[in-house]
Design a protein around this ligand. Sequence first.
Ligand SMILES: C[S@@+](CC[C@H](N)C(=O)[O-])C[C@H]1O[C@@H](n2cnc3c(N)ncnc32)[C@H](O)[C@@H]1O
Length: 314
Amino acid sequence: MRIRPSLKAKAFKESPLLAILLPATRTIPHARQELRWIREEVDNNFVDQAATSNKKTLRFQNRQIDLLRRCMLRGRKGWPLQYVLGNQPFGDSLNILCKPGVLIPRWETEEWGVKLASIVKANHEFFSDKKYSFRVLDLCTGTGCLGLLLAEQLENTQVVGMDDSPVAVSLARKNETENRLILDTRNSSFTVSKQDIFAPFNFDGLFDLVVANPPYISIQNYNDGLITSPSVRKFEPRHALVGGLEYYVRIFEIADQVNANAVVCELADKLQLDEIQSVLQNGKWNTKEMLDSAGNIRTIIAWRDQWAWMKNLA
Ligand SMILES: C[S@@+](CC[C@H](N)C(=O)[O-])C[C@H]1O[C@@H](n2cnc3c(N)ncnc32)[C@H](O)[C@@H]1O
């Protein structure tokens, strides 16, 4: 919907930058909020430069240019806010760096990741009797948000993330560095390797838990644009979004290979859940679904008999 000229004029009177942001935010209060975040980000980035340069006027000009550039990317080009800011808070205290080419972390993933961590912490005997490191394999790690979240929420936990996209792998490694101090306080770690999960490969040791948020949008749903918004299709990588049953089949093969006791994967809907459950029917996995707080089926939980407490994850 187009913006009323009177609204634009009102925003411009307060600040020309607000008027630039308006096409993306639609309302003045929302534009104010985003402008505050963009300003904070620009200020943070220029703090370092201020320490090394004493050319005050130049510094001021560069800061203004950066502010304008980011507002234009958001308001005129429609970039997602996380790409404009370059980061997204996640979990209790993680700062996940974001950049074009890598999927932006979603609230749904954060929600089930936190629930998963809390049930593991409450039920796995390891967390009262720490004899070994708890090991998690995060397939299709992207920014690393999910793996880092589990490393943040669980103590003494080693998470290995894998992705086949060089941009994602490089960003996930930066995210490890960005959040290392937090992981250190938990005695946890997160390492990332570049790996196509469909290619045969050997694992370094066994894992307790496999998690994944694989590409799960069918090509039809991606193309008809009803489920994926135009903004998602325009700005986020297709490679991170389009996929289906083949990913889940492979994830469960890997889970068998690494002797995992549980697998938790994000998925699209009930239809996909049924497909996955029918493939797993004759195996050794118990399964159930988990809804997100919007009431949608969002995750499949699978566990071996010895981890029966996983059925309480919902
Ligand atoms: C839906 S994104 C999830 C990213 C991240 N885990 C999250 O929750 O934000 C899927 C990720 O899978 C990766 N991917 C797609 N195909 C892959 C493959 N064959 N092997 C490894 N990673 C793959 C993409 O590069 C992308 O980063």
